[in-house]
Design a protein around this ligand. Structure first.
Ligand code: C6P
Length: 407
């Protein structure tokens, strides 16, 4: 079946926007994706007909909201093939999920002298929470190195695993480089030494089908807003036995069974980790985004985006003075680059004047910038609704820049 690109584009109203009198070319999807009408409609419908607080009321609207909210949990469960909806904890985003694991699993299981392994290509949200934990506990953060292509050095990673390692926390797909890590092998190696593995799936989740049972990861985290859903919602998947054994994260309403001034007892999974009124509409919007993605199919999306990346890479390689940062063999739809004489921020600003949205900066991955000895990169990132024609607009914009500034 041919990929229904025209239909998909028509489903995203913002793609009709003109930016500086030019058709919008939105290539900043790794920062946040745009929303299909189905997601927008789900929010409007909820607030127009069904909205109330969840898990709290016996009245009709509360029941309706609760049913929609829990149906979204079921959709997430099926989408990532978790075993049980108890394993799906709604959080604010990938960052919140990593912090939850650090503050609960980490506090309970990581002690002085223990080691946590991350990689050289992590986003700050998979570095800083572990640094904070290590500082508090006297534990040690180990960093598995990568090569200049942006690929993890597997023998070096393996050599870091030892009896002191208490957790491996690895990005599934790098936001700064596009690298897709060999997570199956990483998990196998870590599990051979009984070490649990957290995968940061913030970038991987919109681009490929994720099966947490097949991966056998212990934790998987992602944000809704990169998955065509609203901001303010994300998911922590954790194996049930691990989540059961972890202490709660925050205290408050909805996460308790009983409360007296002397002692409180906690709710079961997943509510134990969901203190306070959750992001109700955003969770329901995430459910609508998953329905939408399922209607297209993750395999079809992955194929389309792989074609976009191959095309963009081929075009970029023909531009003198353009250097691609991140050339792993296994890569998702991210093209990070520098231009010899032009600062990435100027690239971003000049491209914006042509209606093209990319991100310029360190991408919350400063150690990656240090590794490549650049202050920043320009990054074009592709989504299900992008086209080769848009990549042509990007490349012609880059050529114009070079013509203006020189190489
Ligand atoms: N990366 C980017 O432009 P939050 O902010 O919690 O939704 O996601 C954090 C996060 C975690 N891991 C990876 C690999 C990520 O890419 C991100 C977010 C955005 O690259 C914003 S910095």
């Amino acid at each position: 079946m041919t990929y229904p690109i025209e239909k998909i584009r028509a489903d995203f109203p913002i793609l009709n926007e003109k930016i500086r009198n030019k058709p919008l070319v939105y290539l900043d999807n790794a920062a946040s994706c745009q929303k299909p009408q189905a997601v927008i409609d789900s929010l409007v419908h909820l607030y127009s007909h069904d909205y109330a607080n969840v898990h709290r009321g016996v009245h009709t609207l509360s029941v309706r909201s609760t049913d929609l909210f829990e149906a979204a949990r079921e959709k997430v469960k099926t989408f990532i093939n978790a075993q049980s909806e108890k394993e799906i904890v709604f959080v604010r985003g990938a960052t919140d999920a990593v912090n939850l694991v650090a503050q609960t699993y980490g506090k309970a299981n990581i002690h002085t002298g223990d080691e946590i392994i991350i990689t050289a290509m992590e986003h700050h949200s998979n570095i800083v929470p572990w640094q904070m934990l290590c500082e508090e506990k006297g534990a040690i953060l180990k960093v598995a190195p990568m090569n200049l292509e942006g690929e993890l050095l597997m023998p070096e990673f393996e050599a870091l695993l030892n009896a002191k390692t208490k957790l491996v926390s690895v990005v599934h797909m790098s936001n700064a480089l596009g690298t897709i890590n060999p997570v199956e092998i990483i998990i196998e190696l870590a599990h051979a030494q009984n070490i649990p593995v957290l995968l940061d799936g913030a970038q991987a989740i919109p681009h490929m089908a994720i099966d947490v049972q097949a991966l056998d990861c212990d934790f998987y985290v992602f944000s809704g807003h990169k998955l065509y859903a609203p901001t303010g919602v994300g998911v922590l998947y954790g194996k049930q036995a691990l989540l059961e054994a972890m202490p709660p994260y925050q205290g408050g309403g909805d996460m308790i069974r009983t409360v007296t001034f002397e002692k409180s007892t906690y709710a079961g999974l997943p509510h134990k980790f969901e203190a306070g009124t959750p992001s109700i509409a955003e969770v329901i919007g995430l459910g609508a985004a998953i329905d939408y993605l399922n209607s297209i199919g993750m395999e079809a999306i992955a194929t389309h985006e792989a074609e976009l990346l191959a095309y963009a890479t081929e075009q970029a390689l023909q531009i003198d003075g353009l250097k691609i940062i991140g050339e792993a063999k296994e890569k998702g739809g991210i093209l990070s680059f520098t231009l010899h004489k032009i600062h990435p921020h100027d690239i971003g600003t000049m491209l914006d004047s042509l209606g093209i949205a990319i991100r310029a900066g360190h991408h919350c991955a400063m150690p990656v910038m240090d590794f490549y000895k650049v202050p920043a990169t320009a990054r074009a990132s592709f989504a299900m609704y992008n086209t080769k024609a848009e990549i042509d607009v990007l490349m012609s914009g880059i050529r114009n820049l070079i013509a203006m500034f020189g190489q």
